[in-house]
Design a protein around this ligand. Structure first.
Ligand code: PAF
Length: 273
């Protein structure tokens, strides 16, 4: 595996590489969820590029940019073992050189839910993903469904800008107790980690109730109450429909909640029974 930090080197690699390329964009601190994305990418293209870039433009002023876990050496070893061809790990100044002035904004889809509680977040995501697509020029890019709204925003952006990249979403990978794998889980204290099990549990219970024809408002209120009781501050716990445009289409429960200093997100399909 080559680790590339300069755009000129990436372009040279791309120019001399025959066959299809899949991209797995990440911010590092890799876990089994990321490695599932890499495995999916391997099955879909001749070469896999993984990017590690902790993108400052998608963090708000009081968010966790400075403490976001950075462990490139361990990440690189995992990617190498998984058969990744290139680790694209640009510096901030390479991604955003002096004079950088462009913003990619996906109206509507990027505005509610996480977009409402994290103003500017999805502009940062869309801009950096558009840049990654332009830099790597992948045929396909693989994202996790845990970030359901991000997946919807990226799909819309890639389609609207005719980027020619197939955007694939992969189901959320979970710990044995149901908690969605996330680089941010390492922030949780032991006590918070135990309480965090309530997030997938509350989603599961609401999904079962709504799928069984139960009252939606009641099911959502019960979910919020269960999370409150477990020590969460709920940001949102909502039912969204195909308006989010992410695949698989269908009704989905989406949630974001804080426990201690950590903001967790998760989502679950609602299937009518
Ligand atoms: O999901 C992430 O890790 C990031 O939002 C992404 C897609 C790599 C863009 O910085």
């Amino acid at each position: 595996m080559q680790t590339i930090r300069e755009l000129s080197d990436l372009r040279a690699w791309r120019a001399e590489t025959a066959g299809t390329v899949a991209l797995v964009p990440t911010m590092g601190a890799l876990h089994a969820g990321h490695m599932a994305l890499v495995a999916e990418a391997k099955g879909r293209a001749d070469h896999v590029v993984a990017s590690i870039f902790v993108n400052p433009t998608q963090f708000g002023p009081n968010e966790d940019l400075s403490r976001y876990p950075r462990r490139e050496a361990a990440d690189a070893a995992m990617l190498k073992d998984a058969g990744v061809a290139v680790l694209w790990a640009p510096e901030v100044a390479t991604m955003y050189p002096d004079g950088f002035a462009t913003k990619v904004q996906v109206a509507g889809l990027g505005e509610g839910l996480c977009g409402a509680s994290r103003p500017g977040h999805f502009d940062g995501v869309s801009t950096v993903v558009a840049k990654l697509f332009g830099q790597v020029r992948p045929d396909v890019a693989v994202f996790g469904e845990k970030d359901w709204q991000q997946l919807a925003v990226v799909r819309r952006m890639a389609a609207d800008l005719d980027l020619g990249v197939e955007v694939v979403g992969l189901p959320t990978q979970r710990d044995a107790d149901g908690l969605a794998l996330s680089s941010r889980n390492i922030y949780l204290t032991d006590e918070e980690r135990l309480a965090a099990r309530m997030l997938p549990r509350a989603l599961g219970e609401a999904s079962t109730a709504i799928g069984g024809g139960g009252d939606v408002a009641e099911a959502l209120a019960r979910g919020v109450a269960a999370l409150d009781k477990a020590g969460f501050t709920v940001d949102y716990f909502e039912l969204v429909d195909d308006a989010l445009e992410a695949n698989p289409a269908g009704t989905r429960l989406v949630a974001a909640a804080r426990i201690g200093a950590t903001r967790l997100i998760d989502n679950l399909a609602v299937e009518a029974r």
